[in-house]
Design a protein around this ligand. Structure first.
Ligand SMILES: C[S@@+](CC[C@H](N)C(=O)[O-])C[C@H]1O[C@@H](n2cnc3c(N)ncnc32)[C@H](O)[C@@H]1O
Length: 287
């Protein structure tokens, strides 16, 4: 994490300045490469699933899986700048849940689901959608959903970049992106989840005042994210002092990757952004 602690505030100023001047540094990859790598490069599977996990994948996953509406069903609004191009109708995520929640949260790349399960258990009134193409992670989450009898989680077991453009605008209260794959090599940085195309989607689906929360232990990705998000212009960084990004929020469950980072001596950063606009979200991220 070398150098991040002192640099984040400078980075914020730099990011704000870049955004104001319309100047985008080479590191952001926006003005330079311009091209996002849209293939999924992560692992889809590792160890064979245990019999119980196989049963959960067979029986429980189909009941919790997010299914996209066909074209022709209640088209809500048009989605521009989407990848892949939007062919079908947009989905109202609150309608996925039996209790029609007023608030819906979305986690991108939930890994083993530790954070998602924690939130869902504490906020049964919310609905949560977890996106994760890694089968073993999905199976782990299903195990927790069954054990804790959680009724407020739905699963998109695929690339979040396919789901985001299909969600209705201003339908999500909070988006979490925790320890995303860092792709440290320069030539791989175009694979990072944080880029302008994905930020446009995150911003579009968030309700006015909705929250985007990012955590990472990789200093370069933290700086990258600040630059990209501030350059987008539709988000406000909520940090007022260094402790706001150095310390996890209250009631923070941690994740498997966070525990690994801490064991290996890397310090995470926690970036909380608010969608600029009217306030509307009942904000559980601020607590
Ligand atoms: C480094 S792991 C972190 C997992 C978890 N968030 C944690 O903190 O333990 C990144 C996860 O993001 C998932 N991922 C990567 N790209 C994704 C995408 N486009 N959509 C959804 N998940 C993605 C990977 O499969 C992987 O499980």
């Amino acid at each position: 994490m070398g150098g991040m602690q002192g640099n984040c505030m400078e980075c914020m100023e730099e990011g704000r300045q870049s955004a104001a001047e319309g100047v985008v540094g080479e590191e952001t990859g926006m003005a330079t490469s311009g091209v996002e790598d849209v293939r999924f490069h992560g692992r889809r599977k590792s160890r064979p699933l245990k019999p119980r996990q196989q049963r959960l994948m067979r029986e429980l996953l189909p009941r919790l899986r997010v299914v996209l509406p066909e074209a022709g069903q209640a088209v809500e609004d048009a989605c521009e700048d989407a990848w892949p191009p939007v062919a079908g109708a947009l989905l109202d995520p609150a309608g996925l849940f039996a209790h029609a929640p007023r608030q819906v949260g979305l986690e991108i790349g939930f890994g083993g689901g530790e954070h998602l399960v924690h939130r869902a258990a504490r906020h049964p009134e919310w609905g949560f959608i977890g996106c994760e193409p890694f089968v073993n992670g999905v199976a782990k989450l299903l195990g927790q959903i069954e054990e804790q009898q959680l009724a407020n989680i739905r699963i998109w077991d695929d690339d979040a970049r396919v789901l985001l453009p299909r969600l209705r605008s201003e339908s999500i209260d909070a988006v979490w992106l925790l320890y995303p794959d860092p792709w440290p090599k320069k030539r791989h940085q175009k694979r990072r989840f944080v880029n302008q195309r994905n930020l446009v989607q995150v911003h579009r689906i968030l309700k006015p005042g909705g929250m985007f929360f990012f955590a990472s232990d990789i200093a370069d990705y933290v700086r990258w994210t600040l630059r990209h998000v501030l350059a987008h212009g539709g988000f406000e960084w909520m940090a007022e002092q260094a402790d706001d990004w150095r310390s996890p929020p209250i009631d923070w469950p941690g994740t498997r990757y966070e525990a690994k980072a801490l064991r290996e001596g890397r310090k995470p950063a926690y970036l909380l952004f608010r969608k600029v606009g009217e306030s509307g979200a009942d904000n559980l991220l601020a607590t």
